[in-house]
Design a protein around this ligand. Structure first.
Ligand SMILES: Cc1nn(C)cc1-c1nc2c(-c3cnn(Cc4cccc(C(=O)N5CCN(C)CC5)c4)c3)c(Cl)cnc2[nH]1
Length: 287
């Protein structure tokens, strides 16, 4: 348990630090309360010493701040502000009342189709908002999604997002499972890709929500080979509508992948997410 230091920052108020909420590769997150207003938030603390190891993380943090500060969408975690002292950088983030989505997924194994469809509809809405601002997230996966107090999801990590179009080579770290073929293809000098990379990842996410593991999960070499051929099998117990959506997103040619509008109007999404008289015979009453 950490002592209860008060982090002082004049124009951003005084923050009382609460329990640790989690930690990532480059930082820890604490529950925090702004003293004057009582406003609850999540304070992400990054140590400058760790960032200055020249692994380009400093640039990632700068990009995360620059991009996330200007976004306002119910399914995107808000970055209210940031400040720093001699040793640390502090990001004042929206507090997501139900924590990290991947922990829910691991605990439940996999999500029922109605829940997966509602999450994918929310992801499509958030991605539409991002793409309208020419922001490509590039790192859509359960580990980068949080759950709000009302069960809504919030994309939470913009360390890898960029402004489209982008041909910057992405030094990979973490799982390869979600990378689209055009980002894996090492042969071509120029890694030209666009927003359609997020549609591929949305397909991988849909699969993982429903099956409980990623479609190309294998050894790193095999994962890359299977992604490059879109070599995956969908278990037969996944509904035909859900199989159809996954197959129309995990398409090698980026231009042939469904658009976000087509995702939002897909029969599987409509069936589980559109309120209305057809809801009567639904297995789970919509709130
Ligand atoms: C836990 C919890 N339980 N309950 C009931 C609520 C929470 C909760 N947590 C948060 C968190 C939170 C905490 N840890 N994390 C994980 C974390 C922490 C610090 C850094 C990272 C990180 O480096 N990431 C980059 C890599 N990608 C894969 C990943 C990101 C990643 C996020 C945030 Cl930011 C906002 N609201 C929250 N609410």
């Amino acid at each position: 348990q950490i002592e209860k230091p008060v982090v002082k920052n004049f124009h951003l108020g005084m923050f009382e630090i609460g329990r640790p909420l989690g930690k990532g590769k480059f930082g820890r997150v604490y529950l925090a309360r702004e003293r004057t207003s009582g406003f609850i938030c999540a304070l992400k603390v990054l140590y400058k010493s760790e960032l200055q190891q020249g692994s380009g993380v400093e640039k990632q943090v700068r990009r995360e701040i620059e991009i996330q500060s200007n976004l306002r969408h119910p399914n995107i975690l808000k970055l209210y502000g940031h400040f720093h002292d001699s040793k640390r950088i502090f990001l004042i983030l929206e507090y997501a009342g139900k924590g990290e989505l991947y922990k829910h997924l691991r605990r439940e194994g996999r999500f029922p189709e109605w829940k997966a469809a509602q999450y994918i509809a929310q992801m499509a809405s958030a991605l539409k908002y991002l793409h309208r601002k020419h922001v490509i997230h590039r790192d859509i996966k359960p580990e980068n999604i949080l759950v709000g107090i009302h069960g809504e999801i919030k994309i939470s990590d913009f360390g890898w997002s960029v402004h489209a179009p982008n041909n910057r080579r992405k030094t990979l770290c973490g799982t390869l499972d979600y990378l689209p073929p055009e980002m894996i293809r090492s042969g071509s000098k120029e890694n030209w890709y666009n927003e359609k990379v997020d549609l591929w990842s949305l397909g991988v996410l849909t699969y993982e929500f429903l099956v409980g593991e990623a479609p190309f999960e294998d050894t790193p070499i095999m994962t890359q080979r299977r992604i490059a051929k879109a070599d995956m099998t969908i278990p037969q117990w996944v509904s035909k509508e859900a199989q159809d959506l996954i197959k129309r997103l995990l398409v090698l040619d980026p231009e042939k992948r469904l658009s976000l509008d087509e995702v939002q109007n897909h029969p599987w999404i409509i069936k589980h997410c559109v309120k209305g008289e057809r809801a009567a015979n639904r297995e789970k009453p919509l709130k």
